[in-house]
Design a protein. Sequence first.
Length: 171
Amino acid sequence: MLLAQRKAMSSSQRAAMNRALSEAMLAWCDGNGPALLALYMPMRGEPDLLQACEILVAKGTSLALPVVVEKNAPLAFAAWKPGDPLVKDLAGVDAPAQRRLVDPDTLLIPCLGYNGDRYRLGYGAGYYDRTLAARPGVRAIGVAWSDSRVDFAPDVFDQPLHLILTEAGPV
């Protein structure tokens, strides 16, 4: 249902929502000052924050992307900036070709859906849940479309997020 909902979005609606979400993310970053921010390469209609990356870098924020270096393990994070070459990681997701591993203080995590207690739905592989369990001090910020809030009970291994950012603002 949530994937179909994403797919049904028009390109103009998606572009407007991406702009609004990028602005919300930039405002959050301005107020919370992440030094090393991990984001993600969007896939399957996920919110696309890449248009804000040049602004973040210009403001002095270092960026990283997640990398699957081992199946069924926490994610690693590699330094990245716009224009750096990408290659597919073990999960087939775009990741930095140069694997200079870093330790981000803030993770922007894509959400297929989320609930009122800030638990997220992903694609079921558990990479972010394992990552959050292994990094208890990291700020975990979900990124989702506002209409993807759904009611569900979290599984025992699910990790709550600190905040959800949507195109309508923080939740």
